[in-house]
Design a protein around this ligand. Structure first.
Ligand SMILES: Cc1cc2nc3c(=O)[nH]c(=O)nc-3n(C[C@H](O)[C@H](O)[C@H](O)COP(=O)(O)OP(=O)(O)OC[C@H]3O[C@@H](n4cnc5c(N)ncnc54)[C@H](O)[C@@H]3O)c2cc1C
Length: 436
């Protein structure tokens, strides 16, 4: 990280400061980099400590077709494709079922006329590419590891005091003052920056935790993603590179300790019971990790009073991973905000990426999509968590009817691909156009 060391940064007044250099923050910086604005990225966790980086971790992400388009417009997809077959795995079919009931819905890429319904990418692999790309951009300055000590936004600028850890000595800090015309908040669902600015949220725990692990199965996945609803929560088995599958198993909080404590053989057996034998025997289970699940939405009134602040990614919304929508939603935030900033700088030439009209237009644009994804994922969890026999029958016939009514299936497939009617206006990048 030599070029970006504290000393090498002559300029302390940036056009844009992004707090949080995880999946969303890093992607945002790269989407804006061709504009040649000066961009600072402040990341709390050292990128060198790969094993503990909280955003580029062991998670696998199901990226929708529109997310691929966004990364393709940015040139990132090409980098993933060049990774000798371990960059991504295509999802060609999605198989949705309700454990203990007959109804099943199947979505197929051929019926939608696309090469794939989505792709599965390892967060760590994507992170490596994003970090490398940021390090090669002259106009991106990385402050990492660094934390914000103080922040103040006014109608003219945002002032930030940074606490920089003077490595290698622990607990030895220097303070640096930065300013920006736009602050992009991307420090995740528990954003400290959002809190310091006084932006309030509505948050509710699902009382569920997602357990993730990579697994190997007797029968190859053949590019089918399985979403199975069970009495403790949904269970997803996604096709992954190198003949592996990625597991996301949602359990009730009270079950977590016991399931995490199982040895691999007992864990495999419990999982096999839940998932069944569609992929034959589960032969191997990799390292497990767990994530508590929350629903989080922004209080728009407290955001409306902010000057020069935009929220993206998990700092802007927290959704259940049931349909693998969280980061897809974040990518659509990024592509919308990037498009508005590029227009502002290139077409209107105001020279101000943080003006109020632009930021209001951004938040307004994103509302329909965020609301729909939050509400659909939430309703799915409610519908499939309920054990009443009447509801189970309704779900079962719902899955069965969806399977035979093609317009309904197309509509669901397009929501999964990130190009559905409910998402409102699509950004240029999400439909495969370049911004530059
Ligand atoms: C089990 C599970 C499965 C998922 N599966 C999918 C899926 O299939 N598809 C999908 O689209 N989404 C999925 N998601 C959601 C996805 O992981 C998130 O949407 C994504 O990680 C959000 O990225 P982010 O950069 O906004 O936030 P984060 O990943 O939380 O990153 C925040 C970054 O900010 C840094 N940071 C934190 N605080 C500060 C601070 N004060 N100052 C500076 N930096 C700070 C952190 O170190 C981190 O690097 C899943 C989530 C879970 C839990």
């Amino acid at each position: 990280m030599t070029k970006h060391s504290d000393e090498s940064v002559a300029k302390k007044n940036f056009d844009i400061v992004i707090v949080g250099g995880g999946l969303a923050g890093a992607t945002m910086a790269l989407a804006l980099a061709p504009l040649k604005l000066s961009i600072a990225v402040i990341e709390a966790h050292p990128y060198q400590q790969e094993q503990t980086q909280p955003s580029f971790d062991d998670r696998c992400l199901a990226l929708a077709w529109s997310s691929r388009q966004i990364y393709q417009s940015m040139g990132i997809w090409k980098q993933l494709a060049q990774r000798d077959g371990d960059g991504f795995e295509a999802i060609k079919q999605i198989h949705i079922s309700d454990r203990g009931h007959m109804g099943v819905t199947r979505l197929d890429h051929q019926k939608e006329g696309v090469p794939a319904l989505g792709y599965v990418v390892e967060s760590r692999v994507l992170g490596k590419i994003l970090i490398e790309q940021m390090q090669h951009k002259e106009n991106i300055h990385l402050f990492c590891p660094a934390l914000i000590e103080q922040i103040q936004s006014t109608s003219d600028e945002v002032k930030i005091s940074l606490k920089l850890e003077s490595l290698p000595k622990k607990n030895n800090y220097t303070v640096k003052n930065l300013s920006a015309r736009l602050l992009i908040v991307a420090d995740g669902v528990n954003s400290k920056t959002r809190e310091s600015l006084g932006i309030q949220i509505n948050q509710r725990s699902y009382a569920q935790t997602a357990i993730i692990a990579n697994i190997e199965t007797e029968i190859p996945h053949q590019n089918v993603a399985y979403e199975r609803f069970t009495d403790s929560g949904p269970l997803a088995v996604l096709p992954l590179t190198r003949h592996r599958c990625s597991l996301v198993w949602t359990v009730r909080d009270e079950q977590l300790k016991e399931i995490m404590a199982l040895n691999d053989a007992d864990f495999t057996q419990a999982l096999q019971q839940r998932f069944g034998y569609r992929l034959g025997q589960i032969n191997k289970v990799g390292k497990r990790a767990s994530y508590p699940l929350v629903l989080m939405t922004i209080d728009n009134n407290t955001l409306a009073h902010q000057n020069r602040v935009a929220l993206i990614g998990n700092a802007a919304h927290g959704v259940h991973p049931v349909a693998g929508q969280g980061f897809n939603l974040g990518l659509r935030d990024i592509s919308a905000l990037a498009e508005l900033i590029v227009n502002e700088m290139q077409t209107y030439k105001s020279g101000d990426p943080g003006n109020k009209a632009l930021l209001d237009a951004y938040w307004q644009w994103r509302q329909a999509d965020i609301r729909q994804v939050t509400s659909i994922t939430n309703s799915l969890i409610k519908l499939f968590s309920n054990q009443s026999t009447a509801l189970a029958m309704l779900r079962n016939s719902g899955l069965f009817m969806t399977d035979i009514i093609s317009p309904l299936k197309h509509a669901i497939a397009h929501e999964a691909m990130g190009s559905g009617m409910l998402q409102g206006k699509m950004s240029k990048m999400a439909v495969g156009q370049s911004l530059f």
